[in-house]
Write a protein that binds this ligand. Sequence first.
Ligand SMILES: [Zn+2]
Length: 417
Amino acid sequence: MRPIPASTTAAAAALLFLNTVRGQAGTEQSEANLKDPNQECAPYSYPPVAAALTQFPPIWEPCAGILPGDSAGQAKFAAMNASVPQIAPKGLLGVPTPNLPYPATDPDCWWTASTCTTPKASGVKPDIAAVPEPKTLGYGFDDGPNCSHNAFYDYLLQKEQKATMFYIGSNTLDWPLQAQRAVADGHEICVHSWSHRSMTAFTNEQVFAELWYTMQAIKLVTGYTPTCWRPPLGDVDDRVRYIAQQLGLDNVLWKTNSNDWEVSSGAATPQQVQANYQALIDMANNGSLATTGTIMLTHELNNYTMQTAIDNYPALAQAFSHIVPVFVAMNKTQLYVETNYTEKTFSQYTSSANSSSGPAAGGSSAGGSGSGSSTSSSGNSTSTSGKAAGASAGVALRPAGALSVMVALALFGALCL
Ligand SMILES: [Zn+2]
C-alpha cells in the first residue's frame, strides 16, 4: 500500500476531503466515487465484516478445515463427504507435491496435467470452458475485488459492458465495498477460493472450506450467494469438481490465456500478453469462432492487467459479435442462490446491449431495510436491489448515467475546497 501524499495543495486537500467523506467504512457509492488508487487502497473497517470475522478463517491463509462451531458447514460437508470421488490430494494445504507421479491416462481429469474439462467420474458436470454462441466472448476477470479497480469498473460502466468477476474470499472481506460495486454495476460474481492456493492440493474438507467460506463472504457483503466458481490456476480434478458441484457451483475454465497475471512476476512480458490478446482478436476475425464462442483468462489483479483489458476492449468489441458475462452466454438466469435477482438471457442482454438496464431483478427486496432501489434508464424494468436476509448492506443497482453523476459529485467535492 502506498501512503497518501501529504501536501497543502488544494488537490491534496480535495483528496483528504473525499477520504474524510469515505470515513471509516463509507458506502459502495462513496468508494466507487474515488479516483485516486492510493485512496481506493486505503484500508477501512466495514462493521458487518468486522462483526463476523470470527465466523471466517484467517484472511489469506489456506483453509485448514471447517471452523469449530460452524454447524451448518459441518452438516453440509458431512452430507457429501462419503460420495466424493476417491482421489488423493495432490499436495498439502494448497501446496502441490513437486514432481507428483501421475498416469498419462489422466484418470482424475486433472486440468493441470491435461487441460481435461470432461470429467471421468460419474455424476460430475463438465466444465464451462467456452460459451456456445458463435463469435462471442465470455468476458470475465479473476482475483478481485481489487482495491483500485474503480478506473476499470468506470470504463466498463461507460461502455455498458458487464463481466463475470471471480472473487477471492479473502479479498472480499478486505474490500467489501469494492465487491458490492460489482453487484451495483450489474456484473456477475463467482467464487475464486478463499486463499488462492492449488485446490487439488487440499483435503476434501479443506476444498470444501475454501469454497464454503468464500461463498459466505460474498453473501455477507453483497447479499448474494454465488453458484459458480473458477479454480485458481485452473487446478481442478474430479474430486474438487464434485465438492464444488455439491455446493451448487458451476466450474468455469477458459480456452485461451492472456498470461496477464504473469507480467508482475516477470514470467511474461507485456508484448507477449498483447500478442495473446491479438491472437484472440484474430480468432474472432478469421472464422475460428464461427460456430462457438470462447473464454479468455484475464485478471483484475493489478493496474497493469486492468489497463490492458481497457486498452484491448475497443478491438475486442469490434472483432466479436458479442461480449457478454459468462452466465449470460449460458442463459443461466438464476445466478445466485437467492431468487430476488435474475440474470439476463443471452437474447435479453444482446437486444438491450445499449440500454444497460442491469439485471432484470426480481422486483422485490427480500431484506426490507436499508436496500436502495433505482429505476433503469431503459424504462423496461425496475431494478431493485436485492438485499437478502442477513447482515449485508443493500446494494443498489447502478443505472446507466450514474457514472457522470459520480464524476460530477467528485468534482463538486473538490471545488468546494
Ligand atoms: Zn486467480
